[in-house]
Design a protein around this ligand. Sequence first.
Ligand SMILES: [Zn+2]
Length: 260
Amino acid sequence: MGFWPEGYRCCVNITFDYDSNSALIRRALLDIVAQSRGRFAPNVAIPRILDLLDTHEIKATFFTPGWTIDNFTESVEEILSRGHELGAHGYFHERLTDLSKEMEETVFERSMASFERIDVKPEGFRAPYWLISDRTIKLVQRLGFKYDSNFMDNDMPYMLVWRGVDTGLVELPVEWMLDDWPQFETHRRDPQTAYDVWKPEFEGIYELGRYFGLTCHPQAIGRISRLKMLDRFITEMKEKVDVWFATCKEVADWAREKLT
Ligand SMILES: [Zn+2]
């Protein structure tokens, strides 16, 4: 018997880290043009991505900093109204490893307050840059999150044990090779190159019946040539009829049932 719901051989989970201009403003306060790149997400990329997901009838998870919720509220409301999930992703896209205890707590408080303003209780947490401090997991537990998506030690969901203690959190592991940022921003690769990295990984995961978690950034993947590649990639994954396309919450709920 496989791990996934009946009739499904493997799981594909598409996530978007909706950073908008949060990190750019925090890091380059005076560089107005750099900041404008982040606004490509609410202006252009998010509407395109939502249409693409609708076409494929796929629901996704958007990990969203509080800053994005507060400043691009309409766009975030649109994501919700189209049936997608929102997860937490810091307030200003902070590097949690750089913060004092008090500062890190403040970041979480501000992020939660932004979610409260739109009446959403996020169940999942993904740290900006996938950087967590020694205190982060404890905070995530205390704030009532149900899953975490930061570690890179598996290609299946699992119950997260931290410092020898069961946290009760489901971990949805990630991996840099399945992140569009290094492909398109760090290294400026062409869409075909990213496809050539992702496609064989998916094929292998499909064969083994495991978990394929893709991390995208609207401002990167939303450029049209890249989005066309994602469209083609999703179309090909969907041709295998026994792939379960699920949000993080759906995967986490299912994994918790199976594993506890
Ligand atoms: Zn991010």
